[in-house]
Design a protein around this ligand. Structure first.
Ligand code: DAH
Length: 358
């Protein structure tokens, strides 16, 4: 019996100090396994006298049951703490915001396109498009640039090789104005469109890139005059800069496709190396405009005595630089992801007049 008592004490201690499941299993095998200490005692019952067995049997069986129960308890406790340890180690902080996998953003030029088209859409303009690769007729001739006219030189561009049969050279459009021609040829007045797009010239310096962006505007209807043009552009600039404080002026100019022609300047302050809109005594040219030249209407089959129109063309990259404080035009197209992350806009917030433009 003393044997049993000390064995029980020894096993109880071993179970309690088993640090993990494999250690506990080793204790179980040592006591209750095939040749374990308790199993061996149970086997020895067979060689005992019936009297000895009467007392030894229940004592050994009791020990086996108690040790078995201790092992089961310890096992459950070890399993619970193992699970807790695993949960603690694999803990996820769900309150942390997920790291964005993609950092795409809307380029300031595209943002300004969206802002301008939102403003024009509210004024009843539709969006029209034309190809980047144009022919001479749409880019020049129909716009009243006669062949060899010096104004063509300002539009020095990239020409393709002459066509083998016709000898005609296609070119990368130098402005979005050819979309005027395409629109007047394909639609009946009244016409009210804006045409955003890429344009190209053989130019590269601090303020010029070989590819840049313009938005063209065209209105053709009866009894259209400069007053309509002025109101439209002044309203546009106020909405775009989200202030009434912008002062503008129209300066006479020359474009072959408009008569009269003007450039629109906005008031600004350039002192201190910083450009501020709506104050100061400097002027910044932002667009060209005018009344559509009768020759353009005629080239497109519209009678200038019946219909008139106005048109305008804006440099969009410049407008984006102005509104969002971009210092160097060339950075706009350098595809530097750090620049894009800094100056880009969220693709999920499309500009619209209801929620704000920028
Ligand atoms: N096409 C001109 C340019 O590229 C801009 C322009 C001026 C467009 C006057 C117009 C306009 O529609 O009326 O410089």
């Amino acid at each position: 019996m003393t044997d049993l008592t000390s064995l029980e004490a020894e096993l109880t201690g071993a179970v309690a100090s088993a640090a993990d499941l494999p250690a506990l299993d080793a204790v179980r095998v040592g006591a209750l396994g095939k040749t374990g200490s308790i199993s061996n005692m149970l086997k020895s019952l067979g060689s005992m006298s019936p009297d000895e067995r009467k007392t030894a049997g229940p004592a050994i069986n009791g020990l086996r049951d108690r040790v078995g129960a201790l092992i089961a308890d310890r096992k459950a406790a070890l399993e619970a703490s193992a699970l807790e340890g695993q949960l603690a180690a694999e803990r996820l902080d769900l309150t942390l915001p997920a790291a964005p996998r993609r950092k795409g953003s809307v380029h300031p030029t595209m943002q300004v396109f969206d802002e301008l088209t939102a403003i024009f859409a509210e004024m009843g303009f539709a969006v029209a498009e034309g190809p980047d690769i144009e022919d001479d007729f749409h880019n020049f001739t129909a716009l009243n640039f006669p062949p060899k006219h010096p104004a063509r030189e300002m539009h020095d561009t990239f020409f393709f090789n002459p066509d083998a049969e016709t000898g005609e050279r296609m070119l990368l459009r130098t402005h979005t104005s050819p979309v005027q021609v395409r629109t007047i040829l394909s639609q009946k007045p009244p016409i009210r469109i804006v045409a955003p797009g890429r344009t190209y010239r053989k130019d590269s310096d601090q303020t010029h890139t070989p590819m840049f962006h313009q938005i063209e505007g065209l209105v053709i209807d009866r009894d259209i005059h400069m007053g309509h043009l002025k109101w439209t552009l002044e309203t546009l600039i106020g909405r775009f800069f989200e202030t009434d404080a912008v002062t503008s002026r129209f300066r006479p100019h020359h474009f072959p496709f408009t008569e009269p022609s003007a450039e629109m300047d906005i008031q600004c302050d350039r002192s201190g190396g910083e450009l501020k809109i709506g104050q100061g005594s400097d002027w910044l040219e932002i667009l060209g405009c005018g009344m559509v030249h009768p020759n353009v209407l005629r080239a497109c089959g519209v009678d200038p005595d019946e219909y008139q129109g106005f048109a305008f063309g804006l440099g969009v990259d410049r407008l984006a630089m102005l509104k969002y404080g971009v210092p160097d035009l060339r950075d706009m197209f350098a595809s530097d992801t750090r620049w894009l992350a800094h100056y880009g806009f969220s693709p999920f917030v499309a500009p619209n007049p209801a929620s704000g433009l920028s």
